[in-house]
Write a new protein. Structure first.
Lengths: 432, 286, 531
């Protein structure tokens, strides 16, 4: 009996401990009450965002960031993140960076960028590519690493220099094997063509698209004028060669240059369609080509409180789904309900949706099909107005969403986007 | 009168046939029967078959000649107090915190286990491959009433710690456990719970239906409170709700029961604060 | 249903049947039936219970294998004559409920069930509740119940169908009227017969449906089917099932040592589970305080009891703890306090030498910096200064969250410039082979056929066509250019060599040739992509 006692006591204590474990929400879901109230509860093992910033987005090939390499944009963003958050860089254990166009995934130069930015060699770096959702995937990966205890503090980020890195090398040519499989071959049909077809198939009218696009411009303009992007944008100073004068100069970029005044549905209605004479998609109702980078600092709530990091919000859960490659634009429509179900809330309990505006056609279709209140969607505009640096957008949305939720005193938000080759991704966040 | 025991006692049940007889379930796996009218401090019978902690004992409410016990060793056993050996062993293969006889149907009993399942046995059935098991409901399954457009939440499995048969409504059971939710089930509708009663901050250790009203139940929880609930009485238009909250315990509240013979709302609860609180439920219902 | 027992069958077929079986069937055992109702036939009905008396009659059929004699050993028990199966306090409740009369308190106070053992049993109880009992009530009901139990064929089902309210079209109406009757103190033969007739009719129609898909047999239960219906719960163990269990006889001293650590660890986990709790009661909980002390090894389990460790300042005890060489008596084994075992030798470091500060050499990692107490002792981790010093960081003393955010933008931001070297000019001057002409063309003209793209960018874009219609006509707008570019990016990124004239169209044609027309949309006019 004597040597049995500790074991037995330990077993019974383990049992009681298990009984109590439900109070601490050790998994993503609140194991007890579901729904909005449960999501808003704070627990020490929540994965929280303590800093979310980005560079300004500037027009691809033309804007002031056009000569800055992706890795440099990333390094600038990391540097800004460190200066804004004041976190000791040695505490950051891992960095994930989403990018789409970089040859080799950018793995080498992003590691170098982290070192340049002031992270020690002990901070690990990786790059990843899930097309347009790479930035979100990076944040989710880091959040999951924190959740499982693999790391304590990490950065999810995304970057794209569309000015410097598009080109024939971004995708290897399809083999005959792929070419001869229809659904596989569909993966390389250009997205504009896809979205055009989807617009006609799903009867999204040009008027609806133009109205949506114009409202994106107008919302973004208003937000910019009111300084609503100030909390997420941190200026960068770069070298820029004026293509007209060939003059190289140093400029400090402080705001998105894609946002323009005076755009209305009527003015957009006069632009010639891009992909088809009878088509509906044109440059004004599709996302802009841009350069930019964004980064999100993530850690456990207990850690954030311990090291005095301000908590902007927390990560709840995420979903990724597949859709037919030819219908890639419907990704959010399929991904958002999955994420909401995982979070245990209904679509009406979400205060703000940040849904990437790859094309107005797919975005409008998704909103209609999901029955979302358009006032809740992209309140500060979206990629149509200020650009879609492919790998960066997912990380950008986190900051855009959380700062807006905080500003308006709202709580629950969703970020989502369609993904080329037929996928969708969505994540649920709660601002604090 | 006090009876010293070698190990912790997890449950106690009055004999249904003898008002002086008291059955205990012990941490060493034994079940002991005491006669409170006798002075010796030894039990009048000991039933030792469970290999680990015996968590529950329950006297057959209908035939009254047998009782059941459940244990961490993953078995429910049926005993006759006259016999040293158990009459029957019903394996659950999971730590079984609670076993209860149906108050309505003779030979029917149920248990809830760590594996998040509610099991029902009918001893009238032939002992087939299922060993009298007629029902096995995943407690964590999505609620049954799926009529509204709202997405039904899904739950991860979690340990079920307690359950009880409704004394009035045939086939209605309530279960509760680590996930802090009290659920009601109708075994005629085994697809999922009828009602979810939420409010406890930690695991619910004990629930018991009122002997006087068909919709009222009491719960005791690790959150150190005992609460009174209504499940709407089976009428789905009536909301399930928490009616009252008794927070006098200063440690985990682990047991609660109604007074059968006193006033209608009287209840007693116990907890790790080494106290038994006797209270009137109505005094805690605002 | 169970056609495995008669007639040809195969495994797949029976599996299919199993998987299609209505699980609500399981409950039908309650009422002695094994006949499969139609899918979804039995749904939840909140009015269940209004026919309790009949149900009760059925339930008390004398088939319980565990009805044993009264315990012979009991002393001083009142000589009560028991009729265990016929009576119970629950049945009192039921009967009272049927009669819709509130249960008087006295019913519960006087161990009623034990006293009431009139030979009439339930029947008498039942009749007593009714103003006008008929002879039928006495005769028919036992017949139903015994029949139901003894024969597992069609009839039990009909009996059960009449006893349990069900929801199925016309039938439901009938059962509802039956319920209404039941709540009134009158019950006539006609009611029963009508119920039976209805049930039979219902059965017949169901039979017809079922026969199309399934062959009825007379056998009631298929054990195999039962087995498959009761599915094993998932193999993943949770809670107490996941707690490792070691048989006493298999235990070793090593395990004891591990147990002591494990106990402290478990206590730590337990404390951590309630760590976020703000409730005063949890803060004041003696149990949780004990757990903290066990976690911190201030208290240990020794000889089945809890003992304080640190309070024992007895010299010999201390010495024992210091020397890890005590004989390991398995009965009196006590775990050395690791804090004492590894405590610096105080005999060397005397108080006289104040300058020497003992620094334990510990592996230093990022996490151990952050959490000196390790994951189990998070509260030992000191709060870090709010703004840790950082290379190149801007030092500003700001405290509130929002002020931090605002203080740095844009005034607070210190320009941080890259060396000019890193600005890429790599592509400028590079040449690319234009797919269209197969010539090598300098960047960026070669890329996508968008030879004017630079001009487009340089052009002051204007989507407002009202002011500059001509410009729009000649050159796409700024945003249009972007779009063209993107289209080209994807086209080229996808390896389609789309830069030459009509490439997309050719691709489409190729695809059509390959896959046929059905999947191809009307992709007309790709000129814009190229221009």
């Amino acid at each position: 009996m004597a040597n049995q006692a500790p074991n037995k006591a330990q077993q019974r204590l383990s049992q009681v401990s298990n009984h109590l474990s439900s109070g601490s929400h050790s998994n993503a879901l609140p194991s007890g009450g579901l729904g909005r109230d449960a999501l808003l509860e704070k627990h020490p093992d929540d994965v929280v965002v303590t800093c979310a910033i980005r560079t300004p987005f500037t027009k691809g090939g033309k804007g002031p960031l056009r000569d800055t390499m992706a890795a440099d944009l990333l390094a600038l963003t990391f540097k800004n993140l460190l200066s804004r958050s004041k976190i000791d860089p040695t505490l950051v254990e891992d960095i994930a960076t989403g990018c789409v166009l970089a040859p080799g995934g950018g793995a080498t130069e992003y590691r170098a960028a982290a070192l340049v930015a002031g992270f020690p060699e002990s901070t690990a770096v990786r790059s990843l590519n899930r097309q347009c959702s790479s930035g979100l995937q990076a944040c989710v990966d880091i959040a999951n690493q924190i959740k499982t205890g693999m790391i304590e503090i990490g950065i999810g980020s995304g970057v794209e220099s569309m000015s410097t890195q598009y080109g024939p090398g971004a995708v290897t040519e399809f083999s005959d094997l792929l070419e001869n499989h229809m659904e596989a071959a569909n993966c390389k049909v250009p997205m504009g063509v896809l979205s055009e077809q989807m617009a006609s198939d799903r009867k999204v009218t040009r008027d609806a698209q133009d109205a949506f696009a114009a409202s994106s411009y107008q919302k973004a303009l208003k937000a910019q004028e009111q300084g609503l992007f100030d909390k997420e944008i941190m200026p960068v100073t770069v070298q820029y060669t004026d293509p007209k004068t060939d003059e190289t100069k140093e400029v400090t970029v402080t705001k998105d240059d894609g946002v323009r005044p005076g755009i209305t549905a009527q003015s957009l209605g006069k632009i010639k369609a891009a992909f088809s004479k009878t088509g509906t998609i044109h440059a004004g109702n599709a996302s802009q080509v841009s350069d930019g980078a964004a980064a999100v600092l993530l850690m456990k709530r207990s850690t954030a409180e311990r090291i005095g990091q301000p908590i902007l919000g927390k990560y709840i859960t995420a979903s990724v789904v597949g859709v037919p490659p030819l219908l890639m634009g419907i990704g959010p429509w399929k991904a958002i309900p999955v994420a909401l179900e995982k979070a245990g809330i209904s679509k009406d309990e979400v205060d703000i949706y940040e849904i990437n505006e790859a094309f107005a056609s797919q975005c409008v279709w998704c909103l209609n099909e999901l029955g979302l209140d358009e006032k809740k969607v992209n309140p500060k505009g979206g990629a149509i107005a200020f650009g879609h640096p492919l790998g960066c957008t997912g990380a950008r949305q986190v900051g855009t969403l959380l700062h807006e939720l905080r500003r308006t005193g709202q709580k629950i938000g969703v970020t989502s986007m369609c993904v080329g080759t037929g996928m969708g991704m969505a994540a649920v966040w709660v601002a604090e | 009168m006090a009876y010293p025991t070698q190990d912790a006692l997890y449950d106690v049940a009055h004999s249904e046939v003898h008002s002086n007889h008291l059955l205990t379930a012990s941490g060493d796996g034994s079940l002991r029967l005491y006669d409170v009218s006798l002075t010796p401090e030894f039990p009048i019978a000991t039933f030792q078959e469970h290999s680990r902690e015996a968590f529950a004992c329950s006297w057959n409410l209908t035939s009254k000649a047998t009782f059941a016990s459940s244990s961490w060793d993953g078995n429910v056993k049926i005993w006759n107090p006259e016999r040293q050996q158990s009459l029957l062993t019903l394996p659950t293969h999971s730590c079984t915190y609670s076993t209860q006889w149906s108050p309505h149907t003779d030979g029917m009993l149920s248990a809830v286990c760590s594996d998040s399942h509610l099991r029902v046995w009918d001893l009238r059935t032939p002992a087939s491959a299922n060993n009298h098991l007629i029902l096995q409901i995943p407690i964590h399954s999505a609620p049954f009433s799926v009529s509204n457009a709202m997405l039904q939440p899904t739950f991860p499995p979690s340990e079920a710690l307690t359950h009880d048969w409704n004394k009035y409504r045939q086939g209605v059971l309530a279960t509760a456990g680590v996930d802090r939710i009290i659920r009601t089930f109708d075994i005629r509708q085994p697809k999922g719970p009828l009602q979810l009663l939420q409010g406890h901050g930690y695991a619910v250790r004990k629930i018991t239906w009122s002997p006087h009203l068909p919709d009222l139940l009491l719960s005791a929880s690790y959150d150190m409170t005992c609460r009174v609930w209504t499940d709407g009485g089976g009428d789905q238009r009536k909301p399930a709700a928490e009616l009252g909250n008794m927070g006098r315990h200063t440690e985990f509240a682990t047991g609660v029961d109604w007074c059968l013979f006193g006033n209608e709302g009287w209840a007693a609860s116990c907890g790790w604060d080494e106290r038994v609180c006797v209270w009137d439920v109505r005094a805690f219902m605002p | 249903m169970a056609d495995a027992l008669c007639g040809p069958s195969n495994a797949l077929q029976s599996f299919q049947k199993h998987s299609q079986a209505d699980r609500s069937l399981q409950q039908d055992r309650l009422i002695g039936s094994s006949q499969p109702p139609a899918q979804g036939f039995r749904t939840f009905d909140p009015r269940v219970g209004s026919l309790d008396a009949e149900f009760h009659a059925f339930e008390n059929a004398p088939t319980n294998p565990f009805q044993l004699e009264q315990p012979a050993w009991r002393h001083g028990a009142p000589p009560r004559q028991m009729a265990p199966s016929a009576l119970s306090w629950a049945s009192d409740f039921q009967n009272l409920r049927v009669s819709e009369s509130p249960a008087p308190v006295s019913q519960f106070r006087t161990e009623a069930p034990l006293v009431r053992n009139a030979p009439g049993g339930w029947q008498q109880e039942f009749m007593r509740q009714r103003e006008s009992p008929t002879a039928l009530g006495k005769q028919k009901q036992p017949e139903i119940s015994s029949f139901a139990m003894s024969q597992q064929s069609f009839l039990p089902f009909t009996a059960s169908a009449s006893l349990v309210p069900q929801q199925n079209g016309i039938y439901q109406q009938d059962t509802m009227s039956q319920q209404l009757n039941a709540t009134k103190p009158q019950l006539h033969e006609a009611d029963f017969e009508r119920a039976f007739q209805d049930a039979f009719d219902q059965m017949d129609s169901m039979d017809a449906q079922l026969k199309a898909a399934d062959e009825m047999t007379e056998e009631g239960h298929d054990p195999l089917m039962e087995e498959s219906l009761i599915q094993e719960p998932s193999q993943m163990k949770i809670g107490s099932d996941a707690i490792e269990y070691t048989e006493v006889q298999d235990r070793t001293i090593d395990q004891d040592a591990r147990d002591a650590n494990a106990l402290a660890r478990v206590a730590g986990e337990l404390v951590q589970n309630v760590d976020h709790e703000t409730n005063e009661k949890f803060k004041n909980s003696q149990f949780l305080d004990l757990m903290r002390r066990i976690r911190d090894r201030e208290v240990e389990v020794r000889n089945n009891d809890l003992e304080n460790t640190h309070l024992q300042t007895d010299a010999t005890e201390k010495q024992l703890e210091h020397s890890d060489l005590r004989p390991h008596d398995p009965n009196t084994f006590q775990f050395p306090d690791m804090n004492n075992v590894y405590r610096p030798d105080e005999t060397i470091d005397t108080a006289a030498d104040d300058s020497f500060v003992y620094q334990p050499a510990e592996p230093r990692t990022q996490i151990s910096d952050l959490h000196p107490g390790g994951p189990l002792y998070p509260e030992q981790s000191p709060p870090q200064p709010r703004h840790a010093q950082m290379s190149g960081a801007v030092n500003t003393s700001v405290s509130a969250d929002d002020t931090i955010l605002e203080a740095h933008e844009p005034q607070g931001f210190e320009a941080w410039t890259f060396p000019a070297k890193s600005i890429s000019q790599d592509l400028v001057g590079e040449t690319f082979q234009d797919a269209d002409t197969a010539k090598w063309v300098p960047w960026p003209e070669a890329h996508t056929g968008m030879v004017d793209i630079a001009d487009i960018w340089n052009h002051d874009a204007d989507v407002d066509v009202d002011t500059k219609p001509a410009a729009r006509k000649r050159l796409p707008s700024d945003a249009e250019a972007g779009d063209c570019w993107r289209a080209a990016v994807y086209a080229s990124a996808n390896g389609e060599r789309t830069h030459e004239e009509g490439t997309l169209k050719e691709v489409e044609d190729k695809k059509k040739a390959k896959f046929g027309d059905e999947e191809q949309g009307d992709y007309q006019g790709h000129e814009h992509v190229q221009s």
